[in-house]
Design a protein around this ligand. Structure first.
Ligand code: SF4
Length: 450
């Protein structure tokens, strides 16, 4: 039986006020879109309506109150944010049914209110952000979604039929968002999309003027380079981490940026398989790329580059020989992080019609074998870091034990490993510290601030 996906919740947005308020609205919507919410162009189709208000002048306040009144009348489920949120009393008196009121730039609160009003539906089949990431990301890292949809038609995937073909955001708007995030305390930008390497194809890679002068081309390499030029208020380069990168030739141009410290030495490349036969049946993009040679060339330039990938086991027609090919390939590729999924038919995916399904027992067996191999590789790679000194971005501190948990440049939040630090009192989330690595296991590192 093919799995039927639930319909994602839909959010309507009324944005009033100045350009700054508009940027706030964009940021809230980007966050919600990254979490899988759909946007509704009208009141009727929305599960919740967000009204971003302006309270600068009395006339603007009146306009905001009218907009709230209209949203209540047309939809009934309304969350208010923005400048007028500072005058919650006035809003509550006039509209007692408003679900939540938050003030300007209270992104976490407004997104939490939307979660409450229309809970997100995590789905491993379509989400870009891991399920655990659906909690609000702390201020020190932020997902930046650069495009929506996808031009490929992988046989196991239904994203193009749900989200449509590739639709890239304007690079100047992405950079403006990234700039604001970094100015507000973000230390790490996680670039996400369905196909980051294809970014800007639909915009014909055109150049867009930047507000402060100059221009930026709608191309992955130019966007990454421009993000690498941003600076935190402390004058540091933010960590720029690229996810969902397909190994098209131009990815080679990102590697020198990693060597120059502008982009993190990390690539998340969803290979999904290694056997040419299975990749063809999956209709995967860039499946002809000579990946092992490319990996070798990248490591020659950036020896500490961390490569993460995901794989599907038990795809229809995958033989034991194909699977063994994948294991041998992984043995050579020595990827730092590997996630695996057992193939599952999702309603609407063309792979469902393919012959020769793999039995559940076989799928489980292959899953266990690929996970065991990648755990061994990961353990060896992490053991090789013992004795080194790494930059660690602190995610959480434990005041009771005086310890802290963070991540090295090789670890994306929620999906990769962590670095556990002892004797780390005085640190706070968002700090980047040097740490001496003392121990390791299959997934994590253990150490002490240097
Ligand atoms: S590249 Fe393939 S798997 Fe990824 S979103 Fe596009 S169609 Fe789906």
């Amino acid at each position: 039986m093919a799995k039927v996906l639930p319909t994602p919740p839909r959010v309507g947005m009324v944005s009033l006020g100045c350009p700054k308020a508009l940027v706030d609205s964009e940021r809230i919507l980007t966050k919600l879109r990254a979490e899988g919410y759909e946007m509704s162009p009208d009141y009727a189709g929305a599960d919740v309506v967000l009204v971003n208000t302006c309270g600068f002048l009395d006339s603007a306040k009146e306009e905001s109150l009218e907009a709230i009144g209209e949203a209540i009348a047309e939809n009934g489920r309304v969350v208010v944010t923005g400048c007028m949120g500072k005058e919650a009393e006035i809003i509550r008196n006039r509209f007692p049914d408003v679900l939540a009121i938050t003030g300007p730039q209270q992104y976490e609160e407004v997104v939490a209110a939307v979660h409450e009003a229309a809970p997100p539906i995590p789905s491993p089949f379509v989400d870009l952000v891991p399920e655990a990431g659906l909690k609000l990301t702390p201020r020190h890292y932020s997902y930046v979604k650069i495009s929506e949809g996808c031009n490929h038609r992988c046989a196991f995937c239904i994203i193009p039929s749900i989200r449509g073909d590739l639709a890239s955001r304007r690079p100047d708007a992405i950079l403006r968002e990234a700039e604001k995030l970094v100015a507000a305390g973000t230390k790490e930008l996680l670039v996400i999309s369905q196909d980051t390497s294809a970014y800007g194809l639909d915009l014909k890679h055109a150049a867009y003027p930047l507000k402060g002068g100059g221009e930026v081309r709608a191309h992955m390499t130019d966007l990454a380079a421009a993000m690498g030029e941003l600076r935190t208020p402390e004058g540091e380069t933010p960590w720029v981490r690229l996810h969902y990168v397909y190994p098209y030739p131009h990815v080679d141009r990102i590697i020198p940026m990693m060597a120059a410290g502008k982009v993190l030495p990390y690539l998340d490349i969803p290979f999904q398989h290694a056997s040419p036969k299975v990749l063809r049946a999956m209709k995967r993009p860039a499946n002809e790329a000579k990946v092992l040679e490319r990996l070798q060339a990248w490591r020659a330039i950036v020896p500490d580059i961390a490569v993460r990938s995901s794989f599907v086991v038990g795809f229809p027609g995958e033989t034991e020989e194909d699977f063994q090919y994948l294991l041998d390939w992984l043995g050579e590729a020595q990827l730092d992080r590997v996630g695996a999924f057992k193939f599952e038919p999702v309603e609407g995916a063309s792979a469902n019609d393919l012959p020769d399904p793999v039995s559940d027992e076989e799928k489980q067996d292959r899953y266990d074998r690929i996970m065991a191999l990648s755990a061994r590789i990961s353990a060896d790679k992490l053991a090789a870091k013992v004795g080194s000194t790494l930059d660690v971005l602190i995610d959480a501190v434990d005041e009771k034990t005086g310890g802290a948990t963070g991540r090295s440049k090789a670890d994306a939040p929620e999906i990769d490993g962590e670095v556990h630090l002892r004797d780390a009192s005085g640190l706070k989330p968002g700090d980047i510290v040097r740490a001496n690595i003392e121990e390791s296991d299959e997934h994590d590192l253990y150490g002490v601030p240097a």
